[in-house]
Design a protein around this ligand. Structure first.
Ligand SMILES: NC(=O)c1ccc[n+]([C@@H]2O[C@H](COP(=O)([O-])OP(=O)(O)OC[C@H]3O[C@@H](n4cnc5c(N)ncnc54)[C@H](OP(=O)(O)O)[C@@H]3O)[C@@H](O)[C@H]2O)c1
Length: 253
Protein backbone atom coordinates (compact mmCIF):
# COMPACT_ATOMS: atom_id res chain seq x y z
CA UNK A 1 0.00 0.00 0.00
CA UNK A 2 1.52 3.41 -0.97
CA UNK A 3 1.61 6.09 1.64
CA UNK A 4 -0.27 9.14 0.49
CA UNK A 5 1.95 12.01 1.66
CA UNK A 6 -0.76 14.57 1.31
CA UNK A 7 -4.27 15.06 0.05
CA UNK A 8 -5.34 18.20 -1.80
CA UNK A 9 -9.09 18.84 -1.91
CA UNK A 10 -9.96 21.10 -4.84
CA UNK A 11 -13.28 22.91 -4.34
CA UNK A 12 -15.00 23.15 -0.97
CA UNK A 13 -18.60 22.82 -2.11
CA UNK A 14 -21.04 20.14 -0.93
CA UNK A 15 -18.72 17.18 -1.47
CA UNK A 16 -15.33 18.87 -0.91
CA UNK A 17 -16.48 20.37 2.36
CA UNK A 18 -17.81 16.99 3.59
CA UNK A 19 -14.49 15.28 2.79
CA UNK A 20 -12.37 18.12 4.21
CA UNK A 21 -14.38 18.29 7.44
CA UNK A 22 -14.01 14.54 7.97
CA UNK A 23 -10.24 14.44 7.40
CA UNK A 24 -9.16 17.73 8.93
CA UNK A 25 -8.45 16.30 12.39
CA UNK A 26 -6.79 13.12 11.12
CA UNK A 27 -3.10 13.29 12.08
CA UNK A 28 -2.20 10.48 9.67
CA UNK A 29 -2.59 12.70 6.64
CA UNK A 30 -1.45 16.14 5.54
CA UNK A 31 -4.53 17.82 4.21
CA UNK A 32 -4.66 20.89 1.95
CA UNK A 33 -7.34 22.62 -0.01
CA UNK A 34 -7.72 24.91 -3.00
CA UNK A 35 -10.73 27.18 -2.85
CA UNK A 36 -11.80 30.43 -4.46
CA UNK A 37 -13.24 31.63 -1.19
CA UNK A 38 -11.59 32.99 1.90
CA UNK A 39 -13.02 30.79 4.60
CA UNK A 40 -12.33 32.35 7.97
CA UNK A 41 -13.47 29.26 9.81
CA UNK A 42 -10.80 27.13 8.11
CA UNK A 43 -7.11 27.05 8.87
CA UNK A 44 -5.82 29.31 6.09
CA UNK A 45 -2.30 27.88 6.40
CA UNK A 46 -3.71 24.73 4.84
CA UNK A 47 -4.81 26.66 1.81
CA UNK A 48 -2.55 26.26 -1.22
CA UNK A 49 -2.34 27.89 -4.61
CA UNK A 50 -2.22 25.82 -7.77
CA UNK A 51 1.37 26.96 -8.45
CA UNK A 52 2.43 25.53 -5.07
CA UNK A 53 1.40 22.09 -6.25
CA UNK A 54 4.81 21.64 -7.86
CA UNK A 55 6.13 21.10 -4.33
CA UNK A 56 3.82 18.15 -3.88
CA UNK A 57 4.71 14.60 -4.75
CA UNK A 58 2.97 11.34 -4.00
CA UNK A 59 -0.12 13.36 -3.32
CA UNK A 60 -3.72 12.64 -4.04
CA UNK A 61 -5.57 15.49 -5.77
CA UNK A 62 -9.31 15.17 -5.20
CA UNK A 63 -11.35 17.28 -7.62
CA UNK A 64 -14.66 18.17 -5.94
CA UNK A 65 -15.75 20.67 -8.55
CA UNK A 66 -18.72 20.90 -10.92
CA UNK A 67 -18.73 18.18 -13.58
CA UNK A 68 -18.26 20.61 -16.45
CA UNK A 69 -15.15 22.14 -14.85
CA UNK A 70 -13.30 18.85 -14.23
CA UNK A 71 -11.54 18.53 -17.59
CA UNK A 72 -10.36 22.15 -17.84
CA UNK A 73 -9.35 22.47 -14.15
CA UNK A 74 -7.42 19.18 -14.31
CA UNK A 75 -5.22 20.73 -17.04
CA UNK A 76 -3.87 23.09 -14.35
CA UNK A 77 -2.22 20.18 -12.57
CA UNK A 78 0.96 19.11 -14.29
CA UNK A 79 1.25 15.38 -14.71
CA UNK A 80 3.62 14.09 -12.03
CA UNK A 81 3.89 11.46 -9.36
CA UNK A 82 0.56 12.72 -8.08
CA UNK A 83 -2.67 10.83 -8.52
CA UNK A 84 -5.70 12.85 -9.58
CA UNK A 85 -9.29 11.74 -9.03
CA UNK A 86 -12.78 13.20 -9.41
CA UNK A 87 -15.97 12.44 -7.50
CA UNK A 88 -18.53 12.70 -10.29
CA UNK A 89 -21.24 10.14 -10.95
CA UNK A 90 -21.53 11.11 -14.61
CA UNK A 91 -18.06 12.03 -15.83
CA UNK A 92 -15.75 9.32 -17.14
CA UNK A 93 -12.04 8.66 -16.67
CA UNK A 94 -11.50 10.15 -20.10
CA UNK A 95 -11.85 13.71 -18.74
CA UNK A 96 -8.59 13.09 -16.83
CA UNK A 97 -6.75 11.33 -19.64
CA UNK A 98 -3.98 13.95 -19.68
CA UNK A 99 -2.74 12.37 -16.41
CA UNK A 100 -0.86 9.11 -16.01
CA UNK A 101 -2.58 8.26 -12.75
CA UNK A 102 -6.26 9.14 -12.67
CA UNK A 103 -9.36 7.69 -11.12
CA UNK A 104 -12.90 8.19 -9.88
CA UNK A 105 -14.06 8.05 -6.27
CA UNK A 106 -17.85 8.35 -6.47
CA UNK A 107 -19.74 8.56 -3.16
CA UNK A 108 -23.32 7.40 -3.71
CA UNK A 109 -25.07 10.02 -1.65
CA UNK A 110 -26.83 13.34 -1.98
CA UNK A 111 -24.67 15.95 -0.23
CA UNK A 112 -25.98 19.32 0.88
CA UNK A 113 -23.80 21.91 2.54
CA UNK A 114 -25.63 22.20 5.85
CA UNK A 115 -26.71 18.59 6.25
CA UNK A 116 -24.59 16.20 8.36
CA UNK A 117 -22.81 13.35 6.57
CA UNK A 118 -22.25 9.90 8.11
CA UNK A 119 -19.43 8.71 5.87
CA UNK A 120 -19.44 5.13 7.20
CA UNK A 121 -23.00 4.72 5.83
CA UNK A 122 -22.11 5.89 2.32
CA UNK A 123 -21.13 3.33 -0.32
CA UNK A 124 -18.32 4.56 -2.55
CA UNK A 125 -17.61 3.29 -6.07
CA UNK A 126 -14.20 3.57 -7.69
CA UNK A 127 -12.86 3.33 -11.24
CA UNK A 128 -9.27 3.38 -12.44
CA UNK A 129 -7.11 1.89 -15.12
CA UNK A 130 -3.81 1.57 -13.26
CA UNK A 131 -2.65 -0.17 -10.14
CA UNK A 132 -1.01 2.91 -8.54
CA UNK A 133 -4.27 4.86 -8.69
CA UNK A 134 -6.19 1.82 -7.47
CA UNK A 135 -3.99 1.64 -4.37
CA UNK A 136 -4.44 5.37 -3.69
CA UNK A 137 -8.22 5.01 -4.07
CA UNK A 138 -8.19 2.16 -1.59
CA UNK A 139 -6.10 4.10 0.90
CA UNK A 140 -8.31 7.16 0.53
CA UNK A 141 -11.38 4.99 1.25
CA UNK A 142 -9.64 3.64 4.35
CA UNK A 143 -8.90 7.17 5.57
CA UNK A 144 -12.53 8.14 4.95
CA UNK A 145 -13.63 4.90 6.70
CA UNK A 146 -16.01 3.99 3.89
CA UNK A 147 -16.63 0.72 2.10
CA UNK A 148 -15.59 1.13 -1.51
CA UNK A 149 -16.23 -1.16 -4.44
CA UNK A 150 -14.35 -1.13 -7.71
CA UNK A 151 -16.65 -1.04 -10.74
CA UNK A 152 -16.40 -0.53 -14.49
CA UNK A 153 -17.35 2.79 -16.04
CA UNK A 154 -20.34 1.15 -17.75
CA UNK A 155 -21.64 -0.04 -14.37
CA UNK A 156 -21.08 3.44 -12.94
CA UNK A 157 -23.22 5.00 -15.67
CA UNK A 158 -26.11 2.65 -14.94
CA UNK A 159 -25.64 3.14 -11.18
CA UNK A 160 -25.90 6.91 -11.58
CA UNK A 161 -28.99 6.66 -13.80
CA UNK A 162 -30.58 4.32 -11.27
CA UNK A 163 -29.77 6.77 -8.46
CA UNK A 164 -31.53 9.57 -10.37
CA UNK A 165 -34.74 7.52 -10.28
CA UNK A 166 -34.31 6.42 -6.66
CA UNK A 167 -33.29 9.76 -5.18
CA UNK A 168 -33.85 12.77 -7.46
CA UNK A 169 -37.20 11.67 -8.86
CA UNK A 170 -38.47 10.48 -5.48
CA UNK A 171 -37.47 13.84 -4.01
CA UNK A 172 -39.43 15.58 -6.77
CA UNK A 173 -42.49 13.42 -5.96
CA UNK A 174 -42.26 14.55 -2.35
CA UNK A 175 -42.10 18.14 -3.55
CA UNK A 176 -45.50 17.50 -5.19
CA UNK A 177 -46.80 16.13 -1.84
CA UNK A 178 -45.50 19.16 0.06
CA UNK A 179 -47.14 21.59 -2.38
CA UNK A 180 -50.50 19.78 -2.12
CA UNK A 181 -50.27 19.80 1.68
CA UNK A 182 -49.73 23.58 1.75
CA UNK A 183 -53.48 24.25 1.45
CA UNK A 184 -54.19 22.04 4.49
CA UNK A 185 -51.76 23.73 6.88
CA UNK A 186 -50.05 20.33 7.47
CA UNK A 187 -46.31 19.99 7.11
CA UNK A 188 -44.31 17.45 5.08
CA UNK A 189 -42.73 16.21 8.36
CA UNK A 190 -45.94 14.21 9.01
CA UNK A 191 -44.65 11.82 6.31
CA UNK A 192 -41.46 10.98 8.20
CA UNK A 193 -42.60 7.58 9.50
CA UNK A 194 -44.35 6.74 6.23
CA UNK A 195 -41.21 7.51 4.23
CA UNK A 196 -38.81 5.77 6.63
CA UNK A 197 -41.04 2.68 6.57
CA UNK A 198 -41.17 2.84 2.77
CA UNK A 199 -37.38 2.62 2.58
CA UNK A 200 -37.13 -0.19 5.17
CA UNK A 201 -39.93 -2.14 3.52
CA UNK A 202 -38.68 -1.86 -0.03
CA UNK A 203 -35.21 -3.02 1.00
CA UNK A 204 -36.68 -5.93 2.99
CA UNK A 205 -39.43 -7.02 0.57
CA UNK A 206 -38.09 -5.62 -2.70
CA UNK A 207 -39.76 -2.70 -4.54
CA UNK A 208 -42.16 -4.85 -6.58
CA UNK A 209 -43.68 -6.56 -3.52
CA UNK A 210 -43.69 -3.30 -1.54
CA UNK A 211 -45.79 -1.37 -4.11
CA UNK A 212 -49.25 -0.42 -2.84
CA UNK A 213 -51.85 2.25 -3.70
CA UNK A 214 -54.90 2.86 -5.91
CA UNK A 215 -53.05 2.32 -9.21
CA UNK A 216 -51.71 -1.07 -8.07
CA UNK A 217 -55.24 -2.03 -6.87
CA UNK A 218 -56.72 -0.63 -10.10
CA UNK A 219 -59.17 1.37 -7.97
CA UNK A 220 -60.65 3.55 -10.74
CA UNK A 221 -63.05 5.35 -8.33
CA UNK A 222 -60.22 6.67 -6.14
CA UNK A 223 -58.05 7.49 -9.17
CA UNK A 224 -60.84 9.63 -10.69
CA UNK A 225 -61.48 11.43 -7.38
CA UNK A 226 -57.76 12.24 -7.12
CA UNK A 227 -57.71 13.54 -10.71
CA UNK A 228 -60.68 15.80 -9.84
CA UNK A 229 -58.85 17.12 -6.77
CA UNK A 230 -55.91 17.96 -9.03
CA UNK A 231 -57.95 20.41 -11.16
CA UNK A 232 -55.74 23.47 -11.54
CA UNK A 233 -52.55 21.55 -10.63
CA UNK A 234 -51.66 20.71 -14.24
CA UNK A 235 -48.12 19.49 -13.65
CA UNK A 236 -49.09 17.24 -10.70
CA UNK A 237 -52.06 15.92 -12.70
CA UNK A 238 -49.81 14.96 -15.65
CA UNK A 239 -47.41 13.17 -13.31
CA UNK A 240 -50.28 11.41 -11.49
CA UNK A 241 -51.72 10.16 -14.81
CA UNK A 242 -48.36 9.03 -16.17
CA UNK A 243 -47.36 7.11 -13.04
CA UNK A 244 -50.83 5.63 -12.58
CA UNK A 245 -50.79 4.36 -16.18
CA UNK A 246 -47.29 2.92 -15.77
CA UNK A 247 -48.11 1.19 -12.46
CA UNK A 248 -51.37 -0.24 -13.87
CA UNK A 249 -49.68 -1.60 -16.97
CA UNK A 250 -46.91 -3.20 -14.87
CA UNK A 251 -49.16 -4.91 -12.33
CA UNK A 252 -52.41 -5.60 -14.21
CA UNK A 253 -51.16 -7.93 -16.92
N1 LIG B 1 -23.67 17.04 -4.41
C1 LIG B 1 -23.83 15.74 -4.44
O1 LIG B 1 -24.78 15.23 -3.87
C2 LIG B 1 -22.84 14.87 -5.16
C3 LIG B 1 -22.86 13.48 -4.92
C4 LIG B 1 -21.89 12.69 -5.51
C5 LIG B 1 -20.94 13.24 -6.35
N2 LIG B 1 -20.97 14.60 -6.59
C6 LIG B 1 -19.95 15.14 -7.49
O2 LIG B 1 -19.02 15.89 -6.72
C7 LIG B 1 -18.53 17.00 -7.50
C8 LIG B 1 -18.75 18.29 -6.74
O3 LIG B 1 -20.14 18.45 -6.54
P1 LIG B 1 -20.68 19.48 -5.43
O4 LIG B 1 -22.13 19.18 -5.25
O5 LIG B 1 -19.78 19.46 -4.25
O6 LIG B 1 -20.53 20.84 -6.22
P2 LIG B 1 -20.69 22.32 -5.61
O7 LIG B 1 -21.34 22.28 -4.28
O8 LIG B 1 -21.26 23.12 -6.70
O9 LIG B 1 -19.20 22.76 -5.30
C9 LIG B 1 -18.23 22.77 -6.23
C10 LIG B 1 -17.09 23.65 -5.76
O10 LIG B 1 -16.15 23.69 -6.83
C11 LIG B 1 -15.56 24.99 -6.89
N3 LIG B 1 -15.83 25.48 -8.25
C12 LIG B 1 -17.01 25.87 -8.78
N4 LIG B 1 -16.88 26.19 -10.07
C13 LIG B 1 -15.56 25.99 -10.37
C14 LIG B 1 -14.78 26.16 -11.54
N5 LIG B 1 -15.33 26.56 -12.69
N6 LIG B 1 -13.47 25.86 -11.46
C15 LIG B 1 -12.92 25.44 -10.31
N7 LIG B 1 -13.61 25.26 -9.16
C16 LIG B 1 -14.91 25.54 -9.20
C17 LIG B 1 -16.18 25.82 -5.82
O11 LIG B 1 -15.33 25.67 -4.70
P3 LIG B 1 -14.92 26.89 -3.76
O12 LIG B 1 -16.26 27.48 -3.36
O13 LIG B 1 -14.20 26.24 -2.64
O14 LIG B 1 -14.09 27.78 -4.62
C18 LIG B 1 -17.47 25.11 -5.51
O15 LIG B 1 -17.90 25.31 -4.20
C19 LIG B 1 -19.25 16.94 -8.84
O16 LIG B 1 -18.43 16.25 -9.75
C20 LIG B 1 -20.49 16.12 -8.53
O17 LIG B 1 -20.97 15.41 -9.65
C21 LIG B 1 -21.88 15.42 -6.01
Amino acid sequence: MPNIHSIVIVGLGNVGNAIYTYLVDNDDVKLYYISSKQRLDLNQSKKIEISDLEKFSNSLIVLCIPDDAIQSVSQSFADSSNVIIHTSGTKTLQVLDNHSHSGIWYPLNSFSFNFPVVWSDIPVFTCSNDSITEKHLLQFSELMEVKSTRITETTKEILHLSAVFANNFTNFMITQSAELLESTGLDISIFKTLLNNMVDKLIQLGPIAAQTGPAKRDDIGVINRHLNLLQGHDSSKRIYRLLTDEIRSKYLK
